[in-house]
Design a protein around this ligand. Structure first.
Ligand code: NAP
Ligand code: GCO
Length: 266
């Protein structure tokens, strides 16, 4: 048997939400490299246009669509357009997400709701839109991009941690409810990854020194570095392929070991 065949995504259609840049772009690139046809969405035409050029530069004929994952009508329209353009969706990566770093007592309920809406309700809406087609096909893969904050909290990220903790349990519930339809729903829990989302945590200080949080994360990570979006490519292909057909409801942490490590004695 050619073991690498197990990791092939030839003939599969993948939707990666929020894949104009960052982690989503890297994951979509990885799935394309394994043979999948790629569809992605984001909210701004300028980001979409730049992303299409970036994908084309990598030789990827990605299809981009404007759709907000919190809007059921837009998501339903997105799925219908992808089905018309590329075929039924085999793989959904719920990647789109935001963070607001605000101390809880200073955070408005509106800000809290917006984070939960995008990071948790959005994946629910997108999964609900693709599962009927997957049931018809007799198979499907859903990958929810969770977080270390699915397990741990920290100051200023109450809404994000609540949403990502919920996304871990939504992952397990989709597994429970649709595993019998041969749909595998798993999560990827990235550690601290160098993308636009974490740029504020890595900004150089006025005196040119490294951001204290940057130094903290590097010291707390056994790998001794921030992750890159590329570190997530292999795990995504694994969870999107038949190589993981008996893996379900699992959150695969790709974090350089940070969750396993208590930290060096000061
Ligand atoms: P990012 O660089 O901020 O990219 C987020 C993407 O989501 C953008 O393409 C954005 O595009 C899109 N997006 C945001 N809200 C959307 C909405 N309502 N509908 C559709 N698209 C939307 O973030 P990232 O670092 O790549 O993170 C991607 C995912 O990984 C997120 O779920 C994040 O929580 C998670 N994560 C990140 C890290 C990390 O350290 N970076 C670690 C763990 C987990 P538009 O703004 O144009 O819509
Ligand atoms: C933060 C970071 C983290 C990362 C990631 C860690 O402010 O603590 O943004 O939340 O984005 O989710 O896994």
């Amino acid at each position: 048997m050619d073991m690498m065949e197990k990791f092939s995504l030839q003939g599969k259609v993948a939707l990666v939400t929020g894949a104009a840049y960052g982690i989503g772009f890297a994951i979509a690139t990885a799935l394309a490299g394994a043979g999948a046809k790629i569809a992605f969405n984001c909210r701004s035409q300028s980001n979409l246009d730049k992303a299409l050029a970036d994908y084309a530069e990598k030789g990827i004929d990605a299809r981009g669509y404007i759709a907000d994952v919190t809007d059921e009508a837009q998501v339903s329209d997105l799925v219908a357009k992808i089905e018309k353009d590329l075929g039924g969706i085999d793989i959904l990566v719920n990647n789109a997400g935001i963070i607001k770093r605000i101390p809880m007592l200073e955070m408005s309920a509106e800000d809290f709701r917006q984070v939960v809406d995008i990071d948790l309700t959005g994946p629910f809406i997108c999964a609900k839109a693709v599962i009927p087609g997957m049931i018809k096909k007799g198979r499907g893969k859903i990958i929810n991009i969770c977080s270390m904050m699915s397990e741990l909290g920290r100051e200023t990220v109450s809404a994000y941690a609540a949403a990502k903790g919920g996304l871990k349990m939504l992952t397990r519930n989709i597994c429970s409810e649709y595993g019998g339809a041969n749909i595998q729903c798993n999560g990827i829990g990235p550690g601290y990854i160098a993308t636009p989302q974490t740029a504020p945590l890595r900004e150089k200080q006025p005196d040119g020194s490294r951001h204290p949080f940057d130094q903290f994360i590097v010291s707390k990570t056994p790998a001794g570095r921030w992750g890159t979006a590329e570190d997530l490519m292999g795990p995504a292909v694994f969870l999107a392929s038949e190589a993981s057909d008996f893996v379900n409801g699992h959150i695969l942490y790709v974090d350089g070991g940070i969750l396993a490590y208590i930290g060096k004695q000061p």
